[in-house]
Ligand binder design. Structure first.
Ligand code: ZN
Length: 296
């Protein structure tokens, strides 16, 4: 196709590309159910991550967007064909740790071992080494001052593991809102999940339950505001189980967790499609590369 541009006129200003990401885990692996579903029972539960992730791949295919799949090593080990389909589709494969243990519950040595185990499972599945990492439940915070050092030493180029906001389950409200180098002597970039500031208050606006539960317009507005008013890319994420209304219900989980997990699942796919069409999206490693240039 010929890319025709009118002579003597500047090309229209390019829109910022935002980071689109999927945290690849099954319905029984989420932090909210950790106290009621034992890790030892995972293999005996109905497995839905492969078909749900395939549905996500199809959705992305319909609108021709590429994204990053932060995948648990546990999932990569059991579904290598899925990992290969992600890579063959032109998406980025990245690490979400081994089995969703939150970073602040581990020692530095345990964290290193968790990263290693996940990396090997991903490499065995697709032959590629992940260069990006997302901590389960955004669990890199003030309690884990060693975490970014370990990631740099393990060869990661970036982390997208910090939620610079106050939340009942996670958050590091004092952390910078945009891409930065957390270590003075390493190139590692931390790309926090998107927040907006309204009247001096910082709100989470990068996806997850917030996107599903709040009106569509809040998230779309927040992304536009970050792009247009602050000139920075947004970082958005969701989970394959969020587009699966037919998943099993965990009856003995706390009511608050159940409300968050099961609300508005059926509307999610349409809402996502709308968001994907309304903004520019790409892989997280591409957004990190652009931010590297800015920080250089
Ligand atoms: Zn997760």
């Amino acid at each position: 196709m010929i890319d025709w541009k009118p002579q003597g006129r500047a090309a229209p200003k390019e829109r910022l590309v935002n980071a689109l990401s999927v945290d690849v885990e099954d319905w029984f692996q989420v932090g909210a159910f950790e106290t009621v579903i034992d890790r030892g029972s995972w293999d005996s539960l109905p497995q839905r991550v492969e078909r749900n992730s395939q549905a996500v791949l199809s959705l992305f295919g319909r609108v021709s967007v590429k994204a990053t799949f932060f995948t648990l090593g546990w999932v990569a080990q059991r579904y290598p064909a899925l990992i290969r389909r992600i890579v063959e589709g032109g998406h980025e494969i990245a690490s979400h740790g081994w089995d969703h243990r939150r970073v602040f519950t581990m020692t530095a040595a345990e964290f290193r071992a968790d990263l290693e185990r996940a990396r090997i499972a991903i490499e065995d599945a697709c032959g590629q080494s992940p260069t990006g990492y997302r901590a389960p439940s955004f669990s890199i915070d003030a309690r884990t001052p060693w975490a970014h050092r370990v990631l740099a030493e393990e060869g990661y180029a970036y982390s997208s593991s910090v939620a610079p906001v106050k939340h009942d389950h996670y958050g590091w409200p004092e952390a910078p809102r945009f891409a930065h180098r957390p270590l003075a002597d390493a190139k590692l970039i931390e790309l926090p999940v998107t927040t907006v500031e309204i009247g001096g208050r910082r709100l989470a606006a990068g996806g997850g339950g917030f996107f599903r539960l709040l009106p569509y317009h809040f998230s779309s507005w927040a992304i536009s505001r970050v792009n247009r008013d602050e000139g920075r890319p947004a970082v958005f994420y969701f989970h394959p189980w969020e587009i699966d209304p037919g998943q099993p219900r965990v009856a003995n989980a706390p009511l608050r967790s159940r409300l968050r997990h099961y609300s508005r699942l059926a509307a999610m796919e349409g809402k996502l499609l709308r968001l994907l069409k309304a903004h520019e999206w790409g892989r997280t490693d591409a957004v990190v590369a652009a931010e590297q240039v800015r920080l250089a």
